[in-house]
Design a protein around this ligand. Structure first.
Ligand SMILES: [Zn+2]
Length: 413
């Protein structure tokens, strides 16, 4: 380990720097919690609601800061005592060949990270979310979700990882092929997961014929949006937070409404939310975001290509014998924090798309009011931070802050 090693410096500055950037954003954001209900929310929100939202954000920030601090401390310690070299020796002894040892190494590190994060996940679900009345997950559902996630991750992730490792062992242009393979698998999964994976976690039941179903179908017909199926999802089994989503390419659009959304939101309001979602699809937001994502991952694999063959990367983490799997791990550690520099512009694009979808909803339903009412209710019920700090928004928000959306929607009248 030496300060002359650029990988060592990039890792140290990136990891420690990102921690401090996040910390700064948390404090700036907390300082912006307003004590007064903002004007547009006065008809749906009391001072008491606001007080509760403030307490919620303080509790979340405490959790975030503690988790980040503990994880950073443990990571630095692991690095300092030569944990990477130790684990490399252990897994290559057990594994035998490069691919099996590589799979073992990455599995052990992933499991370790998951185990360390588990207490904080429990704190969030059964501490903060329960305290503020959001959590409806039972302990067995929580554990069941974890086990299913672990099983799926192994089932899908290990073969893909094996292919990537094999490519890097065999071909000089492995980074290019790995980019192609992971992109193809990613696209395939986003197509398959609503059909195969979502039903493992959520129960879908068809929405019965009635005024809501007819209103949705009328909107879909008017917008020439082919709806194959409208279902209700049992989101209430995990959280009281409401949501709507839909999926599917081509002719089989599938709309899923959380049962929590049916509870308390008006029919027009739900239609407004769906019009927003249809807007994303009609305005081709998903392909645009996929294109940006592809450019990002191309850059990552390009850098990876150079990193894997640079012995200084391994030396920076005290690893004596370079290997593909260890290279992937170490590169991701260095690249991870710096990649947030790229996230900011990408999130800028998604925030722009949200405004566009909002405008689409207002125009297609003839009025911005129902969507505005739903957004206000969602923000109140989810105890949203109404006046987030711009720096925090830049860093973390994929959606524009509520007040900005309401302002833009009000103009669409
Ligand atoms: Zn949206």
């Amino acid at each position: 380990m030496t300060f002359h090693n650029p990988w060592f410096l990039a890792a140290l500055i990136g990891i420690v720097g990102w921690f401090h950037v996040k910390l700064l954003a948390e404090f700036l954001n907390l300082s912006r919690l307003s004590k007064e209900v903002p004007e547009p929310m006065r008809d749906v929100m009391t001072e008491e609601d606001l007080e509760r939202a403030m307490e919620y954000h303080v509790a979340l920030a405490k959790l975030e800061i503690t988790r980040d601090g503990v994880m950073l401390g443990l990571f630095i310690l692991f690095w300092w005592v030569g944990g990477f070299q130790w684990l490399d020796g252990l897994t290559s002894n057990i594994g035998g060949n490069a691919i099996v040892s590589g799979l073992l190494l990455i599995s052990v590190l992933t499991a370790l990270q998951g185990l360390l994060a588990l207490p904080f996940d429990l704190w969030r679900t059964f501490g903060v979310e329960t305290e503020f009345g959001f959590n409806t997950t039972t302990f067995s559902t929580f554990i069941g979700d974890r086990l299913k996630g672990l099983f799926l991750g192994a089932l899908l992730g290990l073969p893909l990882l094996a292919v990537v490792l094999w490519l890097f062992e065999r071909t000089p242009y492995a980074a290019l092929w790995a980019w192609v393979v992971t992109t193809a698998v990613g696209l395939l999964m986003s197509w398959l997961s609503p059909r195969l994976i979502a039903p493992l976690f959520l129960k879908f039941t068809p929405l019965e014929d009635g005024p809501l179903r007819r209103a949705i179908m009328t909107l879909a017909e008017k917008l020439q949006f082919p709806v194959g199926e409208i279902s209700i999802v049992d989101g209430s089994r995990r959280s009281t937070k409401a949501n709507a989503f839909f999926t599917g390419f081509g002719s089989t659009k599938r709309i899923a409404l959380f049962d929590t959304l049916l509870d308390g939101y008006t029919q027009d309001g739900i239609v407004g939310v769906l019009a927003h979602e249809i807007g994303h699809s009609k305005l081709k937001h998903v392909p645009k975001q996929i294109a940006v994502g592809l450019a990002q991952s191309a850059l990552m694999f390009g850098l990876l290509h150079f990193a894997l063959h640079d012995e200084r990367l391994y030396a920076a983490f005290g690893v004596r014998y370079p290997s593909i799997a260890m290279g992937l791990v170490l590169f991701s550690l260095v690249y991870g924090p710096w990649s947030h520099l790229l996230d900011a512009p990408l999130q800028g694009i998604t925030r722009k798309h949200e405004f566009e979808a909002d405008r689409f909803a207002a125009e297609s339903t003839g009025s911005p009011e129902p969507l505005m009412a739903s957004l206000k209710k969602l923000s109140r019920d989810h105890l949203a931070h109404l006046t987030p700090h711009p720096f925090y928004v830049k860093l973390h928000y994929s959606h524009p802050p509520l007040l900005e959306r309401l302002q833009a929607l009000a103009k669409a009248k």
